[in-house]
Design a protein around this ligand. Structure first.
Ligand code: MN
Length: 320
């Protein structure tokens, strides 16, 4: 992985002289955001520093196997820290703290932006943004190796969780030989693969089963080979599922053969969220999403627009 040497050295100097370190993952955190935050927490704890993780939302229960998950605090009260790491967040609003704490993003504080999204806004005073990286935790792994920071078994579990999540268990196109090598090294360092695969990928709550039932029932294919599904506010009410339980549904819908790409439209709190995936080499779903003000990666993207879903019934006249 090619780092900007100057940026990396500045980050090293900052880490060396910092004691109180704040770590912020994005809101509605996924395995990469939580893995990056708790991995860094463990690294800094091992160095004898005083790290703290603060997130806008509570981490979903599936992450309860992760070391130090109980240390994640909800909300932000102060920005008075020696250094502030913001991880896996391409845009300032994704932290949830952009309006309450705009000073995080005006480069007046020692903010380090660690991310792999091509749409990253470079809001940090320091920016370690590597768009070829599979995950934020892959960047952190490389950063730790470069700066000689300790990676123990807990950190290894956190970093592997991020890689596992963002590569869709090593099935997405971002699963490079490099990613496999890093995963192997993390396993050798004692990463708890059993918990990662069992708790994250082979555990399904009854509410998730029922929600996915709605997703599958509503799946259809458009005339131009786009596989679509919709989930309404009522589907969440009926099934008792949380929004986070949609994670992975679009990848499943994307498994229909000969599909150009797939989209799930989710209605929630007066907004419609679109999640897009493709397995096709020549299709760029980030470009599709950007037409709706969204963005992301070429093979996985999304957008959010204000509004509701309305069922459209089409009738046609046929000869008898
Ligand atoms: Mn990520």
């Amino acid at each position: 992985m090619q780092f900007n040497e100057k940026e990396l050295n500045s980050i090293k100097e900052l880490i060396d002289k910092s004691n109180r370190i704040l770590i912020i993952p994005h809101k509605a955190p996924d395995g990469d955001a939580i893995g990056a935050a708790l991995g860094l927490f463990q690294v800094f704890s091992q160095l004898g520093k005083s790290p703290m993780v603060r997130c806008f939302d509570e981490p979903p229960g599936v992450f309860s196997f992760m070391p130090n998950i109980e240390k994640v605090q909800i909300g932000l009260t102060s920005t008075d820290y020696d250094a502030i790491f913001i991880v896996d967040s391409g845009a300032t609003h994704l932290t949830g703290f952009n309006e309450s704490h705009p000073q995080l993003f005006d480069k007046s504080l020692e903010v380090i932006n660690i991310d792999h999204h091509p749409s990253n806004e470079f809001y940090g005073k320091y920016n370690l943004v590597v768009t070829e990286a599979s995950s934020a935790t892959q960047i952190l792994y490389e950063m730790c190796m470069n700066l000689d920071l300790p990676i123990d078994r807990n950190t290894a579990t956190c970093f592997l969780t991020g890689i596992y999540t963002d590569t869709g268990s090593f099935m997405h196109s971002n699963t490079t030989p490099e990613v496999m090598k890093i995963a192997a090294r993390l396993l050798a360092k004692g990463a708890n693969l059993r918990s990662i695969s069992k708790d994250l990928f082979n555990t399904t709550k009854i509410s998730t089963m029922r929600l996915w039932g709605r997703v599958l029932k509503n799946t259809y294919q458009t005339t131009d080979s786009v596989t679509m599904s919709v989930v309404t506010e009522k589907d969440f009410e009926d099934t008792g599922a949380e929004y986070s339980e949609m994670t992975g549904a679009v990848d499943y819908v994307n498994s229909v053969p000969e599909s150009k790409y797939s989209v799930i439209l989710t209605e929630r709190d007066g907004k419609v969220k679109g999640s897009l995936r493709t397995l096709r080499e020549e299709v760029d779903v980030a470009a599709v999403a950007s037409a709706y003000g969204g963005g992301g990666h070429t093979k996985a993207a999304g957008f959010t627009i204000p509004g509701y879903l309305e069922k459209e019934i089409r009738w046609k006249v046929v000869d008898n």
